[in-house]
Design a protein around this ligand. Structure first.
Ligand SMILES: Cc1cc2nc3c(=O)[nH]c(=O)nc-3n(C[C@H](O)[C@H](O)[C@H](O)COP(=O)(O)OP(=O)(O)OC[C@H]3O[C@@H](n4cnc5c(N)ncnc54)[C@H](O)[C@@H]3O)c2cc1C
Length: 452
């Protein structure tokens, strides 16, 4: 079932325009040039690339859509592109299971599931990532009863650093399964992912501005009473934008946004309008508090309903960098106050919001929500504006609350600190030793966060 009709005749390409050795991530803050790019289209080609690269002594790095802000996907060795390894393998509508190749994007996955009357139970903000890239860093959405995307994985197939093909699940190689669902690209190339889905559903979206003080007072109730609750706070103001997503009754007719309204609100107001405000703020930072107050005056309520993935995910055209920390949910208010304190103390100027989301505890060893219900705090900065002092100070403040950094978002933590935050860190390292003894998948980022 692994033969792919889109496969290229050769697994290694050097000249195809989309596959040039020079690479940058979505935010443009990570750039590298690989020695060469490999693009397998079938399992045997993928295994051959792993074995060849290993025998040459070069590092190998599978890359998804480049949506991580950290250098987790960077390599100066061989970059492995899986866009020709991105097909459906099997969809079992009755068991609500989908098995897909590792390079499939979430957008393609959502469309495939919809064709079969299925859907993912929860998703993040965007659908550009690949399924393997998304799970590998612990990508999550929001909802106190839902874990991140990795918690919907039922089985994985990996090509290890020695070129072996391994399958794992709760019952087969359970240690590999506990490690590899959020594997940071350190354990092997994920060649297939089997996902636990559910029957397709529609979501009702209720977005409305609310005073910050009310959101903080009612936070537990808002998070508990909505299936998916999140809010954005615009610094320099006392206002937030809240988003509540709940399942639409199957009997009720959906009321999607018209194409024109969607274009106006998402493309023009949210993206072009925010982009213009950010550019102005970057040119004249002293205007930022007024710009932010102006942005909050433009916030207005919006209610609609649609297919679940269309409601979970929206386009993001304004480029930014981001740090995100997960703290035990009980510390949510203290974490928020700590971020406010950093903004004031450092006099940070930013037109970008602080985003607050929730996730349920899970059992994936390097998941940010391992063993504890979490609240996620994301801080952003517009590209080209100084972010490091701000992000470092937020990291320090949230670390004091036992925070764990998102692997795909900027952070400055190193292995020694992370080992204290993740109770199964040393078990993860043992699986790494077993699956990648020669550190074929190592790069600077992994050496920093996992050690050599
Ligand atoms: C605009 C934007 C919105 C975002 N929204 C969210 C959000 O809502 N929630 C959230 O949690 N995060 C979010 N993120 C972060 C993003 O989901 C993660 O960084 C994710 O890992 C990116 O996936 P990718 O396919 O781009 O992978 P990449 O960034 O290319 O790679 C990430 C890691 O996955 C590994 N990898 C990729 N493919 C494979 C494979 N086949 N086998 C093994 N390892 C592999 C890479 O080696 C690397 O270690 C967002 C990022 C952006 C830019």
């Amino acid at each position: 079932m692994n033969a792919n009709p889109n496969a290229q005749p050769s697994p290694t390409l050097e000249a195809a325009p989309a596959l040039r050795p020079a690479w940058r991530n979505w935010a443009g803050n990570q750039r590298t040039t690989a020695r060469r790019v490999a693009r397998p289209g079938a399992l045997e080609e993928l295994v051959a690339v792993v074995r060849e690269t290993r025998s040459e002594g070069l590092p190998l790095k599978p890359v998804g859509s480049g949506h991580s802000f950290t250098s987790i996907a960077a390599t100066d060795g061989v970059r492995l592109v899986l866009d020709a390894y991105a097909s459906r393998v099997e969809v079992d509508q009755e068991r609500r299971r989908a098995r897909v190749q590792g390079g499939m994007t979430l957008r393609a996955l959502n469309a495939l599931l919809a064709e079969h009357g299925l859907a993912m139970s929860n998703l993040g903000d965007v659908d550009a990532q690949t399924i393997s890239g998304a799970i590998s860093t612990g990508t999550h959405g929001t909802g106190t009863r839902y874990g991140g995307l990795a918690t919907f994985v039922e089985e994985l197939e990996l090509v290890t650093g020695t070129g072996e093909v391994v399958r794992c699940s709760e019952t087969v190689e359970p240690d590999i399964f506990a490690a590899a669902r959020v594997g940071l690209g350190a354990l092997g190339v994920i060649s297939e992912v089997t996902l636990r889905c559910e029957d397709a559903f529609r979501l009702h979206c209720d977005e409305r501005p609310m005073p910050l003080a009310t959101v903080l007072t009612e936070l537990d109730e808002l998070a508990a009473s909505n299936e998916h609750f999140e809010f954005w706070w615009i610094p320099d103001t006392e206002r937030t934008l809240t988003k509540r997503l709940n399942r639409l009754d199957p009997e009720e007719a959906a009321q999607p946004l018209s194409r024109a309204r969607e274009w106006w609100e998402d493309a023009v107001l949210e993206n072009a309008g925010l982009g213009a405000a950010c550019r102005l703020g970057r040119r004249a930072p002293r205007l930022i508090p007024s710009i932010n107050r102006g942005i909050t005056r433009l916030l207005s309520p919006r209610v609609f309903s649609d297919r679940s993935d269309r409601v979970f995910c929206s386009p993001r055209r304004v480029h930014f960098v981001e740090l995100e920390y997960a703290v035990p949910r009980a510390h949510a208010r203290r974490a928020f106050a700590a971020i406010q304190d950093v903004l004031t103390r450092l006099g940070v100027r930013t037109t970008m919001p602080v985003e607050v989301r929730f996730a349920a505890a899970d059992d994936v060893w390097l998941s940010h929500s391992y063993g504890r219900d979490s609240a996620y705090f994301a801080v952003h900065q517009y590209v080209g504006m100084e972010h490091e002092p701000y992000f470092r100070a937020v990291e320090e403040a949230l670390s004091d609350l036992g925070g764990r950094p998102h692997w795909g978002k900027l952070h400055y933590s190193e292995a020694a600190t992370l080992a204290e935050r993740y109770p199964r860190f040393s078990d993860f390292l043992a699986v790494r030793d077993r699956l990648d003894p020669d550190r074929l998948f190592a790069n600077e980022y992994l050496t920093r966060v996992l050690g050599t």
